[in-house]
Ligand binder design. Structure first.
Ligand SMILES: [Zn+2]
Length: 419
């Protein structure tokens, strides 16, 4: 019998809202890495998974790991998951929906076993709120939790290793959190967190790549002076220079499809209404799926900053803060996702993720792919974040289709982890 996707979707939405109630704050959702409410979230998800026959554990960094057994052993293992931590004042769906949908896909199997195991992963840390370091959960799966990371301290001075012990976990077991050789692929459902699918009128998209990211800090250096007594033509105004450059960045950001460029922070010194600014320190964030294009765009923006400064008799200092390459998703899996979307009766769409996700860390070791769900209003990281039940139903139908597509593709489940 065909599963009732709408009922499964309604359950998924109710579950997301229930998990949002497990919070460090009253009246809003904040659930950071290894915080007490994460215990409640694990207990709740375990309650949904165990009746399906899954074996649930928490690994040594705090990821929820549940294995839905295969029809026969030995078998490879498909991972499906997302993250369970949140930003402060969060919505109910970012990350969480991806884990809840993994459970929903297993429920849609109605007891059917597949020729491979399905491992549901609820990552403990993706947002980087507590330690200022993102992706700690997925790093553990690719074997990248080292002493430097374990010694990192949160804002209360608590080292990561102590936070792990305080949560009741055993540091010596961290090696066991890593992917096993039979792990053959990783799949992640996530809300788009942007307006593209809504504008196109499509519920789902296959993610082709996660954009690379450059971050720079620029300081325009002028001379501070009295705002009343210094004539306009005798000023070295750092803020005016920064402003001229910021509008150029906006224009340059529009010169290539898919390119985005943002100046999100401006700090002015001395920062008084009646003083011409001596220094304007600004951030630059540039993203694109092609690293070469992104590098050229950044170079061009820095050259323009130097030009603006020179014309005005100022100087500018620029420092690179981050240069993170783009991560392509597995092309075979992406094609299979497109096919599964098509099978639900929706036209498939391909897009690039401008935000980072656990899938880009997993892609270091296993073929990885993502499915985006339309985000009403493009609103995310806010309590107003939402999803449409119909879209969630399509996502579960697509997920079930994928599980069956993989089951009938022996080449799929004979693939193994590059560990
Ligand atoms: Zn997320």
């Amino acid at each position: 019998m065909k599963p009732d996707f709408t009922t499964l979707a309604e359950t998924a939405v109710t579950r997301c809202r229930r998990l949002a109630s497990f919070s460090e704050d009253t009246g809003s959702t904040r659930r950071t890495f290894l915080s007490p409410p994460m215990h409640d979230v694990h207990r709740e998800i375990t309650r949904w998974l165990e009746p399906l026959g899954a074996t649930v554990r928490t690994d040594a960094v705090g990821n929820l790991r549940a294995v839905y057994p295969p029809s026969k052993t030995p078998a490879s293992s498909l991972l499906i998951g997302s993250h369970l931590d949140t930003v402060p004042n969060a919505g109910a769906y970012d990350g969480i929906l991806g884990v809840v949908l993994a459970v929903g896909c297993l429920e849609a199997l109605q007891g059917e076993r597949l020729p491979y195991a399905v491992e549901v992963v609820g990552f403990c840390e993706e947002e980087g709120v507590r330690f200022g370091i993102p992706f700690i959960g997925s790093r553990a799966l690719v074997g990248r939790v080292d002493d430097d990371l374990l010694n990192a301290k949160d804002t209360h001075g608590i080292p990561l290793r102590k936070a792990i012990q305080d949560f009741g976990l055993d540091l010596r077991e961290i090696g066991r959190a890593a992917l096993r050789p039979e792990s053959c692929a990783y799949l992640e459902f996530h809300i788009e967190q942007g307006p593209v699918l809504e504008k196109l009128g499509r519920p789902l998209a296959a993610v082709e790549a996660i954009a690379g990211q450059s971050r720079w800090e620029l300081s325009f250096l002028g001379r501070s002076n009295h705002a009343g007594t210094t004539p306009m033509d005798l000023r070295l105004d750092a803020v005016a220079a920064a402003a001229e450059w910021i509008t150029l960045v906006e224009q340059l950001g529009k010169t290539a499809p898919g390119l985005v460029a943002t100046v999100g922070s401006v700090e002015v010194r001395p920062g008084a209404a009646n003083v011409i600014a001596a220094e304007a320190r600004v951030s630059l964030d540039v993203r694109h799926r092609e690293d070469a294009l992104r590098s050229r765009a950044v170079e061009n923006m820095i050259l323009h900053a130097e030009d603006v400064a020179r014309h005005r008799g100022l100087s500018v200092r620029s420092t690179q803060r981050l240069n993170q390459p783009a991560v392509p998703m597995d092309s075979l899996l992406t094609c299979q996702i497109e096919e599964a979307i098509r099978q639900t009766g929706c036209p498939p769409h391909r897009m690039v993720s401008g935000a980072g996700h656990d899938a880009m860390i997993l892609a270091e070791k296993v073929p990885s792919a993502m499915i985006f769900l339309r985000t009403p209003g493009g609103i995310s990281h806010d309590p107003a974040e939402s999803v449409a039940v119909d879209d969630v139903a399509k996502a579960i139908e697509c997920g079930l289709g994928l599980l069956h597509q993989f089951a009938s593709a022996p080449t799929f489940h004979s693939r193994t982890c590059r560990a």
